[in-house]
Design a protein around this ligand. Structure first.
Ligand code: TNX
Length: 537
């Protein structure tokens, strides 16, 4: 048995701000008989979730009771508002587990209570992460006696999932939310539309999903192999599915940020509604544009007519009805201007706006659409191409290109920035260069690469530091057709990334790797298909 403490740090991921063994040492016992969760009003939802998780894994019958003086030592107590009025933020918490006192979580706000309960779940035996008592009903649960004080480094701790290149079922997205919440992430970014599939149901434009959610076939192997599987692929969510995902995430203090990618990456929409495309640029093309079956960048982009801007705004109205997120992602990446160059209508638009380059047309387009978001009090997020095109100054920029350079530029311009540089946090890249790795778009990004990534771009001025609001790990799914492979690509790199965005900087890789070894049984208990450092024979 390894000790509970390694190098003085409590063995959980992400590493808390402060954690030490209780001065008295020892362990805390929670026993089946009479164990309770005491919660004040603000902590009730977190108490309910903790109760459900522990009842399922232990088979115990657990009461949630109001906080009162006589809760006793066989209890977990959850409250908001610190006894000494100490200044923890809303998402910060203190957790104290001491023999004879039970476990007390005291938080700055409801989010902090929730994060505190996730810490508790990681301190308890891994078996408590299962869905049923696998080895019979335990008489007691033990955890180390500890004192933890904790709060996140960043406000945006994001996990991204591309459900457009491959469709992922709702049930698994709920599981992903659980796994992300266990690691204290608070943003799930869903990339809902792309050239190869449209997954968001729009009442006003039903063909977006009727036509746009299916493609005829998908590539087999790498793009350059030019082989296809001959099997249609598709799927879309219902409004109820998405509302369920949003509500499920909200209970776990996660915000679902939807992305409708425009004006490029729109071939599926153009297949559904050809009038959205640049028909005057096709030079007599006879074949209709279909939902794209190849990966890579399509040259078929939206036209810049008023009707198309109105179309996008109408789609976003429905997006905003489903997603309460203050942030709505409008994509803006990889939009080739070839069709605009060849389109008389687009050139006329440029002339009337006095624009010199087609790329500026994109900035103008994004700004028009973003106005509809602003009218409803929402903020636009866009990939960093948005700053090339002179996009709206209040847009949040997701910086993915050129290492930290684009993020630094955006932050110096005054944008709020979410760092997402591909070399470090594109989890669709292979884990290693080894031949045994499954097919991946590029390689390689190891756990160590992710862990040593610092969201603060090199050379950023002191004044612009506050503009880095967080970072995000991406999972583009061209080469990730199913949930098993998605989990394989996410984990355990997502554990390392959790620590990048939550914990104070300065973590040591070797120490983290030891902690990760201790964390993996917890992923096993959740049956996560993570990549093993040593391949499973
Ligand atoms: C670039 S990153 C894209 C995606 C691809 C990804 C593959 C970004 C904003 N656009 O459309 O899926 O590369 O890694």
């Amino acid at each position: 048995m390894l000790p509970d403490r390694l190098h003085g740090v409590i063995v959980i991921i992400p590493r808390p701000v402060k954690a030490h063994a209780h001065p008295g040492g020892g362990r805390v016992m929670l026993t089946a008989d009479g164990f309770r969760i005491a919660a004040d009003e603000a902590s009730r939802p977190a108490a309910g979730l903790l109760r459900a998780a522990l009842e399922a894994s232990t088979g115990w019958n657990i009461a949630v009771v109001p906080v009162s003086g006589d809760v006793g030592p066989n209890a977990v107590t959850l409250t908001v508002g610190l006894p000494d009025g100490g200044g923890l933020p809303d998402d910060g918490y203190r957790l104290r587990a001491a023999p004879g006192e039970g476990v007390v979580v005291n938080a700055g706000g409801p989010a902090g209570v929730f994060h505190g309960t996730q810490t508790l779940r990681l301190l308890l035996p891994p078996e408590t992460l299962r869905n049923a008592p696998a080895h019979g009903v335990p008489a007691a649960l033990e955890l180390p006696a500890v004192e933890i004080e904790d709060a996140p480094r960043y406000a945006w701790r994001g996990v991204h999932l591309d459900v457009a290149r491959h469709f992922f079922p709702k049930a698994w997205i709920l599981r992903l939310i659980d796994l992300a919440a266990l690691h204290k992430f608070n943003i799930l970014h869903l990339h809902l539309t792309d050239d190869q599939g449209w997954r968001f149901p729009v009442q006003r434009y039903p063909l977006l999903t009727e036509v746009g959610s299916w493609r005829k076939q998908s590539p087999v192997g790498l793009a350059r192999d030019k082989r296809f599987d001959g099997t249609p692929h598709g799927g879309c969510y219902t409004v109820a599915d998405l509302a369920e995902i949003v509500a499920y995430a909200a209970l776990r203090h996660m915000t679902v940020v939807p992305e409708i990618d425009m004006p490029g990456h729109m071939q599926a929409a153009i297949a559904a509604y050809p009038e959205l495309g640049n028909r005057d640029a096709y030079n007599g093309r006879k074949k209709p544009i279909k939902v794209r079956t190849r990966w890579g960048i399509s040259r078929h982009v939206l036209n810049v007519d008023d009707a198309t801007i109105e179309f996008c705004a109408n789609v976003l109205d429905e997006v905003m009805n489903v997603f309460p997120s203050p942030y709505i992602h409008l994509g803006g990446d990889e939009c080739p201007a070839t069709e605009w160059h060849d389109s008389d209508r687009a050139r006329q638009r440029m002339r009337s706006l006095g624009l010199r380059a087609e790329a500026q047309l994109q900035g103008w387009f994004m700004a028009q659409v973003a106005r509809r978001l602003a009218a409803r009090g929402r903020r636009m997020v866009g990939w960093d191409e948005v700053i090339d095109a002179g996009g709206p100054p209040d847009a949040v920029i997701m910086a993915w290109r050129k290492d930290g350079y684009m993020g630094r530029w955006a932050a110096e311009l005054g944008h709020h920035v979410v760092m997402a540089p591909e070399y470090y946090v594109y989890l669709d890249w292979a884990h290693s260069d080894d031949k045994s790795e499954p097919l991946a778009i590029r390689g390689a990004t190891s756990v160590a690469d992710v862990y040593t990534f610092d969201p603060v771009p090199r050379g950023l001025s002191e004044g612009a530091r506050k503009n880095i609001i967080g970072a995000q790990a991406q999972l583009w799914t061209e080469y990730i057709p199913d949930t098993d492979k998605a989990e394989y690509m996410y984990f355990p790199r997502l554990c390392a990334f959790a620590e990048v965005v939550w914990s104070p900087p300065g973590g040591e890789l070797a120490e983290f790797e030891e902690r990760l070894t201790r964390h993996l049984p917890r992923l096993d208990a959740c049956h996560v298909n993570y990549r093993h450092a040593v391949p499973v024979p």
